[in-house]
Design a protein. Structure first.
Length: 217
């Protein structure tokens, strides 16, 4: 497993030792699926953008669905085993709720932006594609015990409300972050100030999950 897959997925794909035509198809499909959606992208358009024939596409991928899975599978397979371990190792360095939330919001938002096309495809296909959803759920279930245990312990040590379990906290964090990411992706006309916006998201999350009594003491 290549542990650099999620530093930047497109760069990782560029470095893979695969035939030039296959790589061109994957990169073209990554861009087009993110912009127009899986159903809104024809194999003819992928071939045209990649500078290859449609026959080249079907030489390497039996169907357009196979092409989609070839893009998403390395993302899904690396998402929790590698991303989870990297995340948990790094956030052990922070010792206040503010530091923890700041790290999660800024580090993961940068991560989303650097892999914008890949995440746009993954998020949209998880809603409609059973194969993609099953692949993701399998990895999620296998990673859940260790992630929840360490996540919960660290949060409780740093003033998170005891009535919130780790999944509730994670949903709060992820919901805020993904909403902001998708807003910029699909509503670019809305003006943003990332520094101010991310600070506001941090404040909202801390108000929602912090143990106010503990902070008062």
């Amino acid at each position: 497993m290549n542990t650099n897959v999620f530093s930047n997925y497109r760069n990782w794909l560029e470095t893979q030792k695969i035939p030039k035509g296959k790589k061109a198809v994957l990169l073209s499909a990554l861009t087009l699926f993110a912009e127009f959606g899986f159903n809104g992208t024809s194999t003819a358009k992928i071939a045209q953008t990649a500078g290859v024939s449609q026959g080249t596409i079907f030489k390497y991928f039996k169907t357009k669905q196979d092409l989609l899975i070839s893009i998403l599978q390395p993302i899904i397979q690396n998402f929790f085993p590698v991303y989870r371990d990297d995340f948990l190792a790094e956030w052990q360095n922070f010792n206040t709720l503010r530091e923890l939330v700041h790290f999660i919001i800024h580090d993961r938002y940068r991560f989303l932006k650097e892999n914008s096309d890949a995440f746009t495809i993954l998020l949209s296909e998880m809603l409609t594609n059973n194969t993609v959803r099953r692949l993701f759920q399998k990895i999620l279930q296998s990673s859940k015990p260790i992630f929840v245990k360490q996540f919960q312990k660290k949060l409780l040590q740093n003033g998170v409300r005891k009535d919130l379990d780790s999944l509730a906290v994670f949903r709060t964090l992820l919901g805020q972050l993904l909403t902001y990411f998708l807003q910029q992706k699909f509503a670019p006309q809305i003006k943003v100030n990332e520094e101010n916006d991310l600070k506001e998201i941090e404040d909202q999350i801390i108000r929602a999950i912090s143990d106010q009594k503990r902070e008062a003491n």
